[in-house]
Write a protein that binds this ligand. Sequence first.
Ligand code: 6GU
Length: 246
Amino acid sequence: MRIDIITIFPDYFAPLELSLIGKARAAGLLDIRLHDLRSWTHDRHSTVDDTPYGGGPGMVMKPEPWGAALDSVAGAAEAPPRLVLPTPSGTPFTQERAKGLSQEPWLVFACGRYEGIDARVPADAERRMPVEELSIGDYVLAGGESATLVIVETVSRLLPGVLGNAESAVQDSFASGAMENLLEGPVYTKPAQWRGQEVPPVLLSGDHGAVDRWRRHEALRKTARNRPELLRELADRRLDELERSD
Ligand code: 6GU
């Protein structure tokens, strides 16, 4: 997969050289390219923002540098990329959406700062490529950079060959299948006794059926405690299925 990131803070993305993503890049599974938005400005101060029409606090990112940047990054290719705009006013970024994005050959992230990007930028881009505004949660970040890191990491670990153990994405919290809408329960490693605490004996039993049942039980317990609304959703989905099969 190719990922282009346009930002006024390219240094913010240094972590993408580390760990899983760093290795995936070195292995050629992931082609991540960083672009400094200011390289598409022409004035002495490399201005990327201006005051909002209609008044109000803060600054808005000017359309011209964004237009030139997107033309340059996405313009020449015959098959356009999908443009992702991280913003607190976007649709929710979920594990399901991550799966969808992981199937795209090419993503471009436009990282806004200040009060956001002039609305004509996505409207213009939409004439040439699919555009999607995504929010990573109900809180406000100072800019789209950290949200982009979150989305890129989530999508990258779903790419074929990127995870060391292909099973671990199947077992994840929020994965579909048997663990659909359930949080992962507790996990343990050696030693079997530590500071007076034992590992649950079923995990040492070698009975894989019993281990699966215990994990599902613990996942239900954890979900009921921390995210009860997920169980309601699961129940509603199961009721739907039952009604459709009647
Ligand atoms: Cl994607 N961007 C910004 N700036 N703030 C956010 C967000 C994104 N998601 C939640 N808050």
